[in-house]
Write a protein that binds this ligand. Structure first.
Ligand code: UTP
Length: 291
């Protein structure tokens, strides 16, 4: 049974500087909720409430976000803002946060390995803090269901246009049943003509603890960073890895353009502001609003 999730959130977020100079990119808001909160709520929703955040020096805001805030709560109480008070307290109540520090930003693989003492010898989920999925709980449930059934690591995949494969870790697979695969090989950011498929790794994984041994044997790859993809290649030599294609929309929030698309998408679907925002966008595109 999977009881713990690892959220590596120690990266520099260089694509989002200067916003990320002193603020973690995982705290960027999708309107009024930080990206990381969506992910944490989905994890709690599928019963994973032991969350290991791999943080760095500049990530204090994440620790504070998932903690109580007595002064703010007192203020909201006095102001009679009961609903907001509940929301603010719920964030701290829904999970049991565990923080480990990645002292040097040596890559995603290194960040996951940093969580080993907190995870121990048990399977665990990894969720990247800059990716969102529609109805994420349902996708996580499928990942966990497959893990429980198959007993080996399962990773989430998405179809991407062939010309965009070089942005992702890409897999060579054998389809076992509709949307469920056996992973045969993995390549990090391949050129489109070298990509074994257009199935890219989403940023949601369930691993057996054997990944830690593979991570310890991994050598630094592109950019001197320890890549999780390289560790998965080593894991493949010892254990099978399964994969499942996500059925819902995936949103990248780690670079300005995709972040903006995500915010607009979520804003249009909001009950309180969606209609008005849509009308504004329409006017803007028709040239009726000054830019
Ligand atoms: P990214 O490469 O997308 O994030 O890593 P980054 O390094 O923060 O961003 P850029 O590329 O400089 O703009 C994927 C995930 O792995 C985490 C990041 O926080 C992100 O959620 N990560 C990356 C770590 O925790 N530690 C690292 O050393 C590197």
């Amino acid at each position: 049974m999977v009881r713990k999730a690892v959220l590596p959130v120690a990266g520099w977020g260089t694509r989002f500087l200067p916003a990320t100079k002193s603020m973690p990119k995982e705290m960027l808001p999708i309107i009024d909720k930080p990206v990381i909160q969506f992910i944490v709520e989905a994890l709690a929703g599928v019963g994973i409430d032991n969350i290991v955040f791999v943080t760095g020096r500049h990530k204090r805001a994440i620790e504070n976000h998932f903690d109580f805030h007595p002064e703010l709560e007192e203020h909201l109480k006095r102001a009679g803002k009961e609903q907001l008070l509940k929301e603010v307290r719920d964030i701290a109540n829904i999970i049991n946060p565990i923080f480990v520090r990645q002292k040097e930003q040596l890559g995603l693989g290194h960040a996951v390995l940093t969580a080993e003492p907190a995870v121990g010898n048990e399977p665990f989920l990894v969720a990247l803090g800059d990716v969102l999925i529609d109805e994420e709980e349902k996708e996580l449930e499928r990942l966990l269901y497959l893990f429980n059934k198959l007993g080996k690591s399962v990773i989430a995949l998405m179809e991407v246009p062939q010309e965009e494969v070089s942005k992702y870790g890409v897999v060579k697979v054998k389809e076992l049943e509709k949307g469920v695969y056996l992973v045969e090989d993995l390549v990090e950011k391949p050129a489109p003509e070298e990509a074994p498929s257009n199935l890219a790794i989403v940023g949601r994984y369930v691993f057996t603890p054997a990944i830690f041994e593979a991570l310890k044997r991994t050598k630094p790859g592109k950019g001197g960073e320890y890549q999780l993809t390289d560790a998965m290649k080593l894991l493949l030599e010892e254990e099978v890895i399964y994969a499942v294609k996500v059925e819902r929309e995936v949103y990248d929030t780690g670079n300005p353009l995709d972040y903006l698309k995500t915010v607009v998408n979520f804003a249009l679907r909001r009950q309180d502001i969606g209609e008005e925002f849509k009308a504004f966008l329409k006017e803007l595109l028709e040239g009726k609003v000054k830019v």
